[in-house]
Design a protein. Structure first.
Length: 120
Protein backbone atom coordinates (compact mmCIF):
# COMPACT_ATOMS: atom_id res chain seq x y z
CA UNK A 1 0.00 0.00 0.00
CA UNK A 2 1.27 3.43 -0.97
CA UNK A 3 2.05 5.46 2.17
CA UNK A 4 0.95 9.06 2.48
CA UNK A 5 3.64 11.71 2.85
CA UNK A 6 2.71 14.24 5.50
CA UNK A 7 5.28 17.00 4.98
CA UNK A 8 8.86 18.00 4.34
CA UNK A 9 11.10 20.65 5.79
CA UNK A 10 14.76 21.23 4.99
CA UNK A 11 16.57 18.08 6.18
CA UNK A 12 13.60 15.77 6.77
CA UNK A 13 10.46 14.19 5.38
CA UNK A 14 7.50 12.86 7.37
CA UNK A 15 5.76 9.75 6.05
CA UNK A 16 2.73 8.30 7.84
CA UNK A 17 3.78 10.21 10.99
CA UNK A 18 7.40 8.97 10.99
CA UNK A 19 10.14 11.57 10.50
CA UNK A 20 13.11 10.57 8.32
CA UNK A 21 16.17 12.83 8.55
CA UNK A 22 17.67 11.50 5.28
CA UNK A 23 16.75 10.96 1.65
CA UNK A 24 14.28 8.13 1.13
CA UNK A 25 12.96 5.77 -1.51
CA UNK A 26 9.44 4.38 -1.46
CA UNK A 27 9.00 0.97 -3.06
CA UNK A 28 5.87 -0.36 -4.80
CA UNK A 29 5.11 -2.32 -1.63
CA UNK A 30 5.04 0.93 0.36
CA UNK A 31 8.29 0.13 2.14
CA UNK A 32 10.35 3.23 2.93
CA UNK A 33 14.11 2.77 2.55
CA UNK A 34 17.11 5.04 2.92
CA UNK A 35 18.40 6.27 -0.42
CA UNK A 36 21.75 4.78 -1.51
CA UNK A 37 23.11 8.09 -2.73
CA UNK A 38 26.68 6.81 -2.53
CA UNK A 39 25.96 5.04 -5.84
CA UNK A 40 25.79 8.48 -7.48
CA UNK A 41 28.23 10.32 -5.26
CA UNK A 42 31.02 7.83 -6.06
CA UNK A 43 30.75 8.68 -9.76
CA UNK A 44 29.87 12.38 -9.77
CA UNK A 45 31.15 13.59 -6.40
CA UNK A 46 27.61 14.74 -5.55
CA UNK A 47 24.26 13.14 -4.86
CA UNK A 48 22.55 15.81 -6.97
CA UNK A 49 23.15 13.85 -10.19
CA UNK A 50 21.45 10.47 -10.24
CA UNK A 51 23.75 7.83 -11.78
CA UNK A 52 22.72 4.84 -13.85
CA UNK A 53 23.80 2.56 -10.99
CA UNK A 54 21.45 4.35 -8.61
CA UNK A 55 18.71 4.32 -11.26
CA UNK A 56 19.05 0.52 -11.48
CA UNK A 57 18.82 0.29 -7.69
CA UNK A 58 15.72 2.49 -7.55
CA UNK A 59 13.78 0.90 -10.40
CA UNK A 60 11.45 -2.00 -9.68
CA UNK A 61 10.08 -4.29 -12.39
CA UNK A 62 6.59 -3.18 -13.32
CA UNK A 63 6.95 0.40 -12.10
CA UNK A 64 5.37 2.76 -14.63
CA UNK A 65 6.18 6.00 -12.85
CA UNK A 66 8.96 7.36 -10.66
CA UNK A 67 8.35 10.56 -8.74
CA UNK A 68 11.58 12.26 -7.71
CA UNK A 69 11.59 15.00 -5.12
CA UNK A 70 14.58 17.00 -6.30
CA UNK A 71 15.16 18.77 -2.98
CA UNK A 72 13.75 21.87 -1.37
CA UNK A 73 15.36 24.00 -4.11
CA UNK A 74 15.19 21.47 -6.95
CA UNK A 75 18.89 20.60 -7.25
CA UNK A 76 18.69 16.88 -8.10
CA UNK A 77 18.68 15.80 -11.75
CA UNK A 78 19.14 12.63 -13.77
CA UNK A 79 22.36 11.81 -15.58
CA UNK A 80 21.95 11.14 -19.30
CA UNK A 81 22.55 7.44 -18.62
CA UNK A 82 19.86 7.33 -15.93
CA UNK A 83 17.41 9.10 -18.24
CA UNK A 84 18.09 6.54 -20.95
CA UNK A 85 17.74 3.67 -18.47
CA UNK A 86 14.28 4.80 -17.33
CA UNK A 87 13.22 5.34 -20.97
CA UNK A 88 14.26 1.77 -21.80
CA UNK A 89 12.17 0.54 -18.85
CA UNK A 90 9.23 2.67 -20.06
CA UNK A 91 9.08 4.31 -16.65
CA UNK A 92 7.87 7.92 -16.64
CA UNK A 93 10.02 10.14 -14.41
CA UNK A 94 8.59 13.24 -12.76
CA UNK A 95 11.28 15.59 -11.39
CA UNK A 96 9.77 18.12 -9.01
CA UNK A 97 10.99 20.13 -6.03
CA UNK A 98 10.30 17.94 -2.99
CA UNK A 99 7.36 19.99 -1.61
CA UNK A 100 5.54 19.68 -4.97
CA UNK A 101 6.64 16.05 -5.42
CA UNK A 102 4.91 15.18 -2.15
CA UNK A 103 1.58 16.49 -3.45
CA UNK A 104 2.09 14.62 -6.74
CA UNK A 105 2.94 11.43 -4.81
CA UNK A 106 -0.12 11.67 -2.60
CA UNK A 107 -2.38 12.09 -5.66
CA UNK A 108 -0.66 9.41 -7.79
CA UNK A 109 -2.31 6.14 -8.75
CA UNK A 110 -0.97 3.00 -10.38
CA UNK A 111 2.44 1.39 -10.05
CA UNK A 112 4.51 4.26 -8.71
CA UNK A 113 7.81 4.45 -6.85
CA UNK A 114 9.45 7.46 -5.28
CA UNK A 115 12.76 9.04 -4.37
CA UNK A 116 12.81 12.14 -2.17
CA UNK A 117 15.85 14.38 -1.55
CA UNK A 118 15.34 16.30 1.69
CA UNK A 119 17.96 19.04 1.56
CA UNK A 120 18.90 21.44 -1.21
Amino acid sequence: MKPSIDQTIFGSITIEGTVFAHDVMIRQSGQVKKRKKKLSKALYGTSHILSQDEAKYIYEKGAKRLIIGTGQFGNVRLSDEATEYFQQKQCQVDLLPTPQAIQTWNEATGTVIGLFHVTC
